[in-house]
Design a protein around this ligand. Structure first.
Ligand SMILES: Cc1cc2nc3c(=O)[nH]c(=O)nc-3n(C[C@H](O)[C@H](O)[C@H](O)COP(=O)(O)OP(=O)(O)OC[C@H]3O[C@@H](n4cnc5c(N)ncnc54)[C@H](O)[C@@H]3O)c2cc1C
Length: 497
């Protein structure tokens, strides 16, 4: 390309970095502006003054994150642990253990997901009450129509309507919603619940298998990735909070405002979170004129608290990755043995434990000391050996309004990659895409989609090849075809339930 097109990308999370990397590879002149001192967004890691690595929560990479896995191979990085098993605890102790599903004989989905985990207390009859929910999973095919159909209903109502037992809901589905969508069922869209559960758990037996970074994602993936972006000529500037997007007389984006600075651009890509975008819109001289941006104020976000604890001695923790339920009614939590997962802590004398709370609204006002006390008590209920451990250091990271809230009725307010401003493209884990992925993989995929729309707009460069999610298994595909046909046949004379 002789005359390089100038692109500004806002926000250096998976989405913004994904868009930036692809566009610099295609010869664009890209400047990525990040508000905070570190790139990486929710996945950034940093060090305490004592040199200890911390981050805003541990991040798993599930089996279907094929675009991220390909990126990591392309960058010649080896950041991941092997696939890990996980345990689930309640205040009564160990409740369930999950195997590595791909190591078990593969059964038609979702049979393996129901048969292979070991449940120590949950009766079979409760587990069987999930079967009618299969219809919801068949009916929800990630299409726009399906989103509108199910988005009006809460996930709690959906599980009740399908006859899922109270106990199965409380001990299995609600903890998954709290960890996967960061909210309890009565505050989650049923569409988001079905989409998330299908992607992570039910579509294919190995989907629930997960690997972790052998350190912070910041050091293991983002730092070398940014180095590569810079080698290719991209600029990644931190401490640059974008306050407005400039729109010219023709209704096109002409650049961004960053406090006193202006960065001119021929196209702009946003990779910021819902909360970040709302702040830009509410401060903007321009975006408030557009209904699609004004209505972002109908969207919400959820609070997170991430705690890292250093103990004086090693505590025997059976598995590195663990989830808890039944401790706080509307808060989910997970805990991780970092001596096993992170290279840095393998030789550490005492245990290093990460504990992440999702939908942590009521924890935010507590002091660090109160939070640490609560965490220690909860850990003791799960694994009594924690009683003998003394906490010698800790970090508490609060992320208010950090993650997207897929609330009932929120779908109508979410943005797509293309906006009514022809050269302003959106990306991030809250942007509508047909891809079917969630969380980090979705953020990265929508970043690539935004890059592809930029390429399409200028007709210069090669689009990124996005790996689609694995096809539905044949029996699900057939069930979906039959269901669609029945729906369209009965549309004329039956009310739409
Ligand atoms: C505790 C926790 C645990 C999680 N666990 C997992 C997990 O196990 N697996 C998984 O896949 N996902 C997990 N997630 C979700 C995952 O972190 C997100 O889906 C993903 O990181 C979103 O990436 P993003 O690029 O869309 O947005 P973000 O990571 O939010 O990045 C947006 C960036 O934009 C920047 N920004 C905002 N406003 C401005 C502005 N005005 N100007 C410039 N920059 C701005 C922000 O500083 C940020 O760096 C977890 C999240 C949390 C909080």
């Amino acid at each position: 390309m002789s005359d390089k097109k100038k692109i500004v990308v806002i926000g250096a999370g998976w989405a913004g970095l994904g868009a930036t990397y692809h566009l610099v590879k295609q010869g664009y002149d890209v400047t990525l502006l990040e508000a905070s001192p570190y790139a990486g967004g929710l996945v950034a890691g940093w060090k305490t003054p004592q040199g200890r690595s911390i981050e805003a929560g541990i991040h798993g990479f599930w089996y279907p994150y094929q675009n991220i896995f390909r990126l990591v191979r392309e960058l010649k990085l080896h950041p991941f642990t092997p696939f890990t098993r996980s345990n689930q605890y309640s205040p009564f102790g160990l409740e369930a253990s999950s195997p590595i599903f791909q190591e078990k004989p593969i059964l038609p989905s979702p049979l393996g997901t129901f048969i292979y985990p070991e449940f120590y207390r949950l009766p079979l009859v409760d587990r069987l009450s999930a079967l009618p929910l299969m219809y919801g999973l068949v009916d929800f095919d990630n299409s726009q129509e399906a989103w509108y159909r199910y988005d009006k209903v809460t996930a709690r109502e959906l599980f009740r309507q399908y006859g899922v037992s109270e106990r199965l809901y409380n001990e299995s589905f609600e903890p998954m919603l709290l960890v996967g969508l960061f909210a309890p069922g009565e505050q989650c869209s049923a569409a988001a619940a079905l989409g998330m559960l299908y992607y992570f758990i039910l579509a294919h037996q190995p989907n629930f298998d997960v690997v972790w970074c052998r350190g912070t994602v910041g050091e293991k993936i983002f730092q070398p990735w940014i180095k590569k972006i810079e080698e290719l000529g991209g600029k990644v500037l931190t401490n640059k909070r974008v306050t407005d997007i400039m729109i010219d007389r023709e209704g096109k984006a002409g650049g961004v405002v960053c406090a006193e600075e202006v960065f001119e651009a021929e196209a702009v890509i946003s990779g910021v979170s819902v909360t970040g975008m709302k702040k830009i819109v509410n401060n903007s001289q321009n975006l408030g004129k557009y209904q699609e941006f004004r209505q972002l104020n109908n969207l919400g976000a959820i609070d997170i608290v991430a705690v890292r604890l250093w103990f004086d001695k090693r505590i025997n923790i059976p598995l590195p990755s663990n989830a808890g339920f039944g401790f706080d009614r509307t808060t989910g939590w997970t805990f991780f043995d970092l001596n096993t997962l992170h290279d840095q802590y393998k030789e550490e004398e005492g245990s290093v434990i990460e504990v992440d709370f999702y939908h942590a609204n009521q924890l935010l006002p507590m002091s660090d000391e109160e939070i640490i006390k609560k965490v220690h008590q909860d850990l003791i209920l799960c694994i009594p050996d924690f009683v003998s451990g003394k906490i010698v250091d800790y970090s508490v990271v609060r992320v208010p309004q950090g993650v997207t809230h897929f609330a009932p009725g929120s779908y109508q307010h979410l943005l797509k990659v293309n906006t009514s401003i022809p050269n302003l493209f959106m990306s991030g884990d809250w942007i509508i895409t047909n891809h079917g992925s969630w969380s980090q993989e979705k953020a990265y995929v929508t970043g690539l989609e935004a890059a592809n729309q930029t390429i399409n707009y200028f007709k210069e460069g090669k689009s990124a090849n996005i790996i689609p999610v694995e096809k539905d298994e044949p029996h699900i595909e057939i069930a979906r075809i039959i269901n669609r046909n029945i729906r369209s046949l009965t549309k004329g004379f039956l009310p739409d339930f």
